[in-house]
Design a protein around this ligand. Structure first.
Ligand code: PLP
Length: 405
């Protein structure tokens, strides 16, 4: 689907046709994104929001149109709720600072889960250290789904925020985020959804989910690097403090007192990545044209086929087998004597055959500790992958396994 729109997919790797299955790390870029960036720098580059001259006004308009496109993509109530950041990591750090400063005190609790990316653990840990608060963890069940009964038990009157991935970046599992949000709200607790692995693969509607915050990265959705989103309900963003000071985020500055700008600019200090936002807007148009439901269906079919093919290989262990997934499948390969073959060795042999997968801890060490392995091999799909890609991957994997036995 739309493979011809992504020029890098024509590259040869070690003389082989590239099969790119590392999409959960970052996706490849369509020609329209590359063209949009070249066009922006060639025709209307100027700093936004500050100029009365023509180019600045064009740049500002395009940047703000992109914000409207993001708001539409995730069904935010208004574009005031869309803050441009550098990426998911930046969004969570910003939220941990802002929410933490305003809402968290000594003895309060923040809840994350066992399967979070480091980006959704460390900023909260740092907040807990600053504020002498406590980080609580939703454990996993044997099938590697989140233990919702245990979540109910740790959720209490001291809980200030729950921050959980919609889709696990390691396992590809779609977490029961609706239940988590409902249970948290029953106790008056706010929820941040880490949508880094869900927004590119599923139709996400923040109003239907009723989440308080949602974060994601443009580069995992065919967009540019260095651009991310922090969505927050207006009532939250209105009352939370800015985390960075500088140009753009102010209304008026004097040495005696500074007042802050309106939403969303209060949270956007300095020159934003307006070329990136414009280009991402173009990508959003493209994704909407294809349709997120169609993308989800296509990727689900590929991931299911991939999991089924892996299940046929006797020495392969798939994690979270059978659970609902979006886009990614993680596995390990074992020798006849049950010894783990290091995922790096599998990854290197796949690479020699032109197959790009991710190996290692995937920035989720607590999950890997729980699984008691140093890493996994993760194959993750995107809009441009095909059944032929999966078949080529399986043939290459079989060869690698033979060589490593
Ligand atoms: N959260 C999840 C679930 C992720 O998969 C990732 C990246 O892999 C991140 C957070 C961090 O995203 P970024 O590196 O774009 O800030």
């Amino acid at each position: 689907m739309k493979r011809e729109n992504f020029p890098i997919l024509n590259e040869l790797v070690h003389g082989q046709k590239l099969v790119y299955l590392d999409n959960a790390a970052t996706t490849q870029k369509p020609q329209l994104l590359i063209d949009a960036i070249a066009k922006a720098y060639s025709h209307w580059n100027a700093n936004v929001h500050r100029g009365v001259h023509h180019l600045s006004q064009v740049a500002t308009q395009k940047h703000e149109e992109a914000r409207q496109k993001v708001a539409k993509l995730i069904h935010a109530q208004s574009e005031e709720e869309i803050i441009f950041t550098k990426g998911t990591t930046d969004s969570i750090n910003m939220l941990a600072r802002s929410f933490g400063d305003a809402m968290v005190g000594e003895g309060d609790e923040i809840i994350v889960s066992q399967l979070e990316h480091h980006s959704n653990i460390v900023p909260w840990q740092m907040l807990c250290e600053r504020k002498k608060a406590v980080l609580k963890v939703i454990p996993l069940q044997e099938d590697l789904s989140l233990n919702i009964e245990a979540f109910k038990e740790i959720l209490n009157e001291k809980t200030r925020l729950v921050s959980v991935a919609h889709v696990s970046n390691v396992l590809g599992v779609v977490n029961p985020i609706e239940d988590i949000i409902r249970l948290a709200h029953e106790k008056g607790v706010a929820v941040c959804v880490d949508g880094a692995q869900s927004v590119p693969h599923l139709a996400v509607d923040v109003q239907k989910l009723d989440c308080d915050f949602l974060v994601f990265s443009a580069h995992k959705m065919y967009g540019p690097t260095g651009l991310g989103i922090l969505y927050g309900k207006k009532e939250w963003l209105d009352k939370l403090p800015p985390t960075e000071g500088g140009g753009e985020m102010i209304e008026h500055v004097s040495f005696e007192k500074t007042t802050y700008n309106v939403l969303p600019y209060k949270f956007e200090a300095g020159t934003p990545n307006y070329i990136g936002s414009y280009a991402f807007g173009k990508v959003i148009d493209f994704v909407q044209e294809v349709g997120l439901e169609q993308i989800a269906e296509h990727e689900h079919k590929l991931a299911k086929y991939l999991e089924a093919q892996l299940a046929l290989l006797p020495n392969v262990r798939v994690y979270a087998a059978g659970l609902p997934k979006a886009g990614a499948v993680s596995f390990n390969v074992y020798r006849e004597d049950e010894a783990l073959i290091h995922p790096f060795d599998v990854g290197v042999l796949l690479d020699r055959q032109g197959i790009a997968v991710r190996t290692g801890h995937h920035c989720a060490e607590p999950l890997l500790d729980y699984l008691q392995v140093p890493g996994t091999v993760r194959a993750s799909v995107a809009i441009y992958n095909t059944i032929e890609d999966i078949d080529a991957f399986v043939v290459a994997l079989k060869k690698a396994i033979m060589m490593l036995q």
